[in-house]
Write a protein that binds this ligand. Structure first.
Ligand code: SF4
Length: 155
């Protein structure tokens, strides 16, 4: 609602929708449960195969919570992120090429390189064009991917 021109007032509310602080999901072993981030929200077949044959809770933050626990090492080996120290909770991307015909670059490949090398605390969203699909509504830096270069702009 905050992204509407009047931030929700046009729907009959009494005022503008309040800005919410960005939520931080904890990752790793949490008591008897395990919280795991799925980089870029893409669950590969090998990642799915590493999940226990039990309940899985899907979070709105590209993550899974396994309430009955799981082998953290096996999950990490399969590609899940279980550390709060990883850059992955701060790095997202639009579909990019080859999935989107408007994309000027492979956003997901750039996201993987960014997550592997980025040491800043910035929230980074990588896009293939100015539409900036999937950009978070919290402060972030947009990185534009093209076939040969990338450039940043803060929002
Ligand atoms: S931001 Fe542009 S390139 Fe990325 S998914 Fe949206 S339209 Fe496609």
């Amino acid at each position: 609602m905050r992204q509407l021109p009047e931030a929700g007032v046009e729907l009959g509310g009494s005022g503008r929708a309040p800005a919410l602080p960005p939520y931080s999901m904890p990752y790793g072993v949490l008591g008897g449960a395990v919280s795991a981030l799925v980089p870029l929200g893409i669950l590969s077949p090998s990642m799915a195969a590493a999940l226990p044959d039990d309940d899985v809770i899907v979070t709105p933050w590209r993550g899974l919570v396994l309430p009955s626990g799981a082998d953290p090492g096996a999950l990490s080996d399969a590609g899940f992120v279980l550390s709060d120290d990883s850059a992955w909770p701060r790095v997202t991307a639009c579909t990019g090429s080859p999935g989107c015909s408007l994309a000027r670059g492979d956003t997901r490949a750039l996201a993987r390189r960014t997550a592997a090398s980025d040491t800043t605390a910035d929230r980074i969203h990588i896009v293939g064009c100015e539409r900036a699909c999937g950009a978070p509504n919290s402060p972030h830096t947009l990185v534009f991917s093209s076939r040969s270069t990338s450039h940043r702009s803060s929002t």
